[in-house]
Design a protein around this ligand. Structure first.
Ligand code: FAD
Length: 324
C-alpha cells in the first residue's frame, strides 16, 4: 500500500487543493483527492465532504469518518471508521473550524433547571412562543437568533462587553466587497490590524430591534441559580431558556495524542502548517492566514498554500501514483 498524502478534505478546501495538485501533476498526470475507498490516483483524501468538487477528477468521493491519526517513523497511520487503515507521509486536516460548539463555564450553568441549548442546535422559533429567553454572546449568531426569537418570546441579549456593529453596506457596496477590494481580506496583516470580538454585520435591522428592546441588551448575568438568572444589578428573575451563541472550535479528536493540538484542542500551527508535527497541515481555521481563511471564499486559497508547503517539505516525489 503506497500513499502519497492524505487530506481530510471538506467542501471549501477542496477547490484550492485539487487545483494545486493538478498544477503539480502526479506521475500519471491525474492528481486527485478522493475518499479511502476511491484511492486510485494522485493524492487521496480521507473524509471529503460528499459535495466536494473532486467528483470531476474521476475518482470516487466515498469517504469514511477518520477516527485516529498517529505519527511515527516519518509517516502517519490513519484509522478510518470502516476499519481500513491508511498510511501517508502527509496529512491535511480539513475537517472544518467550527465542529465543536463552545460551552462557556458560566456560574450555575450546570445546575440550571431550565432549558439550555447552543446556537448550533437552534433551528427556528418553534417551541419558544411566550418563553423568557436569555441569549449569551455578542456575535452574529447571537444577534440574529435573539432578534428572531424576540418576535415570539421575551428575549435578553447578554454580552461581556459592548455590542459592536459593522454596517453591511458602505458607499453602496457590501462590506465584504470592500474587504476584498482593499486586500484586507487576504492580507496576513488583516487579523493583526483588527483584534477583539467579531462585530455584528448589520443592514440596520439588528441595531433597530435592539434599540426598541426586542431583544433588550444587558451585561452578562452574574450567575444562574435553579431556574433563575441573577443579573449584574443583583436582581433575580425566572427564565425558561438560556441559549449559548458562544462560538465554535475545531473538532479534531482524531489528532489527540499526536502533539498537534494545545490543551484546548486547538491546532498549533503557522499559516496552516503544524509547528509541532512534521507533514501535518490544517485548513479552514479562523484567521489561519487572513480574515478570509475560515470563509467559503478564502479556504480554497489557504488549502493550496498549505499543500504547497507540505509538498515542498516532503519533496515533489510525494505526489505519485498510488496503489492499494
Ligand atoms: C454558523 C456559521 C455561519 C457561517 N457563515 C458563513 C458565511 O455566511 N459565509 C462564509 O463564507 N462562511 C461562513 N461560515 C464559514 C464556513 O462554513 C466555512 O468557512 C467553510 O465551511 C469552511 O470549509 P471547510 O472546507 O474548511 O470545512 P467544512 O465545510 O466545515 O467541512 C468539513 C468537512 O469535514 C468533515 N469531517 C469532520 N470531521 C471528520 C472526520 N473525523 N472524518 C472525516 N470527515 C470529517 C465534515 O463532515 C465536513 O464534511 C460560517 C460558519 C458557521 C459555523
Amino acid at each position: 500500500m503506497g500513499f502519497s498524502a492524505v487530506c481530510l478534505l471538506p467542501t471549501g478546501a477542496v477547490t484550492g487543493m485539487t487545483r494545486r495538485l493538478r498544477g503539480r501533476g502526479s506521475a500519471n498526470g491525474n492528481a486527485s483527492c478522493t475518499g479511502p475507498r476511491g484511492i486510485a490516483t494522485g493524492v487521496p483524501a480521507v473524509g471529503c465532504s460528499p459535495a466536494a468538487g473532486i467528483a470531476n477528477s474521476g475518482a470516487s468521493t466515498a469517504a469514511g469518518s477518520i477516527e485516529r491519526v498517529t505519527a511515527g517513523n516519518g509517516a502517519f497511520t490513519i484509522s478510518v471508521a470502516d476499519g481500513s487503515v491508511v498510511r501517508a507521509p502527509v496529512v491535511v486536516a480539513a475537517s472544518g473550524g467550527f465542529g465543536t460548539p463552545m460551552w462557556p463555564a458560566l456560574p450555575g450553568l450546570d445546575s440550571f433547571s431550565g432549558r439550555v441549548l447552543h446556537a448550533a442546535q437552534y433551528r427556528n422559533t418553534d417551541g419558544f412562543a411566550g418563553e423568557r429567553v436569555v441569549v449569551v454572546g455578542g456575535g452574529n449568531s447571537a444577534a440574529q437568533v435573539a432578534v428572531e426569537l424576540a418576535q415570539v418570546a421575551a428575549v435578553s441579549l447578554t454580552t461581556r462587553g459592548p455590542l459592536r456593529f459593522q454596517a453591511q453596506r458602505i458607499l453602496g457596496r457590501d462590506f465584504h466587497w470592500w474587504l476584498a477590494r482593499t486586500g484586507l481580506d487576504t492580507s496576513r496583516w488583516g487579523p493583526r490590524l483588527v483584534t477583539g470580538t467579531v462585530p455584528v454585520i448589520d443592514d440596520g435591522r439588528y441595531r433597530a430591534a435592539i434599540r426598541v428592546g426586542r431583544p433588550d441588551h444587558r451585561p452578562l448575568f452574574i450567575r444562574l441559580e435553579g431556574d433563575r438568572v441573577v443579573w449584574a444589578d443583583g436582581m433575580a428573575e425566572q427564565v425558561d431558556v438560556v441559549l449559548l451563541a458562544t462560538g465554535y472550535r475545531p473538532d479534531l479528536p482524531y489528532l489527540a495524542g499526536t502533539g498537534a493540538l494545545d490543551e484546548d484542542g486547538v491546532p498549533v500551527h503557522a499559516g496552516g502548517l503544524s509547528t509541532s508535527v512534521a507533514g501535518l497541515g490544517f485548513v479552514g481555521l479562523e484567521r489561519q492566514r487572513s480574515f478570509a481563511s475560515a470563509t467559503l471564499r478564502g479556504v480554497g486559497r489557504d488549502a493550496a498554500h498549505v499543500l504547497d508547503g507540505l509538498l515542498q517539505r516532503s519533496g515533489r516525489h510525494a505526489v505519485r501514483r498510488v496503489a492499494r
